[in-house]
Write a protein that binds this ligand. Structure first.
Ligand code: AMP
Length: 287
């Protein structure tokens, strides 16, 4: 496994591999790798000849500096995990390599960035889309894999790749969960034991939504079912729950018969446990 810290070196390697006919699969991450990331890496390996993983905690996408500062950065463990997973190259740039003096361009998501996580995290998606555009420019992958865990991010990046003709295939990978159902996240390590136990209320609340959606078309009632589960948990603080069209990300008020198919409508929620914010989402009607 080879590690690059400069975008130019990364691109030179990628161009060299491409010139020999090899295909490149890319998994962008912020490190603190867990088995969710490993699943994305395995997915990339099935689709392409060489897997590149980037590890970069992108300051542009954090709207709270404490969240950026406290983000876990176990780089040695991450490199060992990539090596063990058969990753060909890790791109781990420094902040100054990504954003040198004079850097000024931003890529803006359109209206897909204005809903759900958008209002809660001003500037977040602009930061994500800008860094992903830059990472794609350095890694030049044929395929890039993103998790459905960050469903809105996946949708926005898919749109960017199409709108800007980036020539990369964007793949969404299903959410990987702990055995008890909690979606894996690098932020989970910041939960105390009590908070970790309480966090199971998040996937349970989405289960309640799925049950409720079988009985009603009223989205307010479905969202109330989510809130009711979270409110039962004293360590949890509910931020938002939304039921939305999986393509347009527009909020849905009332379910219609055409919504009741797998892949049409999702539900997403954000819940705080102390200063840790967890997000989760799922298909409201699975196959
Ligand atoms: P992050 O390091 O949190 O920025 O995540 C890097 C990539 O891994 C993103 O595309 C995430 O959506 C994806 N990811 C993170 N956690 C999970 C998970 N539990 N299941 C599937 N994908 C995930």
């Amino acid at each position: 496994m080879i590690t690059f810290s400069s975008p130019a070196d990364m691109r030179a390697w990628a161009d060299q591999q491409r010139s020999t006919g090899k295909t490149i699969g890319f998994v962008p991450t912020m490190g603190a790798l867990h088995s969710g990331h490993a699943a994305l890496i395995a997915d990339a390996a099935r689709r392409t000849d060489l897997v590149v993983v980037s590890i970069f905690v992108n300051p542009l996408q954090f709207n709270e500096s404490t969240d950026f500062d406290s983000y876990p950065r176990p780089i040695d463990d991450d490199l060992a995990a990539c090596d063990a997973a058969g990753v060909a190259a890790v791109f781990a740039p420094t902040t100054s390599a990504m954003y040198p003096p004079g850097f000024q361009t931003r890529v803006l998501p359109g209206s897909l960035g204005d809903v759900m996580e958008g209002p809660s995290r001003p500037g977040h998606f602009e930061g994500v889309v800008t860094v992903v555009a830059k990472l794609l420019g350095a890694v030049r992958p044929h395929v890039a894999i993103f998790g459905q865990k960050d469903f809105q991010q996946l949708r926005i990046i898919t749109q960017m790749a199409a709108d800007l003709e980036l020539g990369v295939e964007i793949i969404g990978h299903p959410i990987v969960r702990d055995p008890d159902g909690l979606a894996q996240s690098s932020r989970n390590v910041r939960l105390s034991a009590d908070q970790r136990a309480a966090a199971i209320s998040v996937p349970h609340s989405l289960d309640a939504a799925v049950r409720s959606a079988n009985d009603t078309d009223n989205v307010e009632a479905i969202v109330s079912a989510v809130r009711a589960v979270v409110i039962e948990e004293p360590l949890a603080e509910h931020e938002y729950t939304t039921v939305f069209d999986a393509t347009t990300l527009e909020a849905i008020d009332t379910l219609a018969p055409e919504h009741r198919f797998a892949g049409k409508v999702r539900i997403a929620t954000a819940v705080w446990f102390g200063d840790v914010r967890l997000i989760d989402n799922r298909d409201l009607f699975s196959a």
